[in-house]
Design a protein around this ligand. Structure first.
Ligand code: SF4
Length: 142
């Protein structure tokens, strides 16, 4: 068995970056970590505490100027082949903060985004669907 084939059989780990979110999306993300009905462990993945251990990055918030450098630094710490998921309309388009003087985003202005999960905030079911798509992309990149 090759190393890549071996890795393909393992579970992806998730890491969350708050890029200036109002916390609405983060509350919905929390349900995918602690409410059994929406728990992403059903998809065979789990949240981790370090970007260096992660495979899939979930980004919330419109990427404010204040957090931009730190958020992009954290994203860069995730090893390739990573998959990036924009959670909520804020990282996708700026949402209600679009064209604000305090916003550097949208997110894809700075990094490649693989999956968009629209909503303000998106429902847990939509987040799970987005993570399922991210897992498929991640497995293809191994
Ligand atoms: S998409 Fe809506 S809920 Fe999510 S961070 Fe933006 S304003 Fe808040």
């Amino acid at each position: 068995m090759t190393l890549f084939a071996h890795l393909a059989g393992r579970s992806p780990w998730l890491y969350r970056i708050n890029a200036g979110s109002c916390n609405g999306c983060d509350v919905e993300l929390a349900t995918t970590a602690c409410i059994p009905r929406y728990d992403v462990e059903r998809l065979g993945c789990r949240y981790c505490g370090s970007p260096r251990h992660a495979d899939i990055v979930l980004v919330t918030g419109p990427l404010t100027i204040r957090v931009k450098d730190k958020a992009l630094h954290l994203w860069a710490e995730v090893p390739d082949p990573k998959v990036t998921v924009a959670v909520g309309v804020c990282p996708i388009s700026g949402g209600v903060f679009r064209e604000s003087y305090a916003i550097a985003g949208p997110l894809d202005r700075f990094i490649p985004v693989d999956v968009n999960v629209p909503g303000c905030p998106p429902r847990p079911q939509a987040i799970i669907e987005g993570i399922a798509k991210a897992i498929e992309i991640w497995a293809q990149r191994l």
